[in-house]
Design a protein around this ligand. Structure first.
Ligand SMILES: [Zn+2]
Ligand SMILES: [Zn+2]
Length: 159
């Protein structure tokens, strides 16, 4: 009896990690709007590809915050979800593993005061909401966005 146990134990010890890595994974999906960059991070814990548990986190870019302040929000017509990382056995990340290029625009500069000023600018210039949408969301003109940001910040310091 004791003679049979040893090989079985050996097989089990070899098989378990292989099974663990083959069956379990933690996957990170990214949903993203091509126009404004807003979207969702979705993290799933999966067994043979079937999600057992997931959580999602929504985020909104500065571009969308400004679009809302202008009264012309992005409707996310160009939205896609893709698989960013898969942690095999919840540990080893590969196939896919994409490291993100965070958008050139930065985070957390469209503050409350900034957005108030954006609203005021839209009242003074009724063309602005459509212009902003065309130049930033559709044409992704970061020079225009930079100039827009500077002009709003400029009028903030004057007050
Ligand atoms: Zn959008
Ligand atoms: Zn990765």
């Amino acid at each position: 009896m004791t003679k049979r146990r040893k090989p079985l134990l050996g097989v089990a010890l070899l098989t378990l990690p292989v099974l663990w890595f083959a069956c379990f994974d933690k996957s990170w999906f990214v949903g993203e709007c091509k126009h404004c960059g807003s979207g969702q991070d979705i993290v799933q814990f999966r067994i043979v590809g079937i999600p057992l548990y997931e959580y999602a986190y929504d985020y909104e870019t500065e571009i969308q915050k400004i679009s809302i302040a202008l009264g012309n929000p992005c409707l996310h017509r160009s939205y896609r979800t893709w698989h960013r990382h898969r942690y095999w056995g919840m540990l080893y990340c590969a196939a896919p593993c994409h490291n993100g290029i965070d958008r050139a625009i930065g985070k957390n500069w469209a503050t409350g005061k900034f957005l108030e000023q954006v609203k005021a600018s839209a009242v003074l210039d009724p063309e602005l909401p459509q212009q902003f949408k065309q130049r930033v969301l559709i044409e992704q003109d970061w020079k225009y966005l930079k100039a827009f940001k500077e002009s709003i910040e400029g009028s903030l310091t004057q007050n």
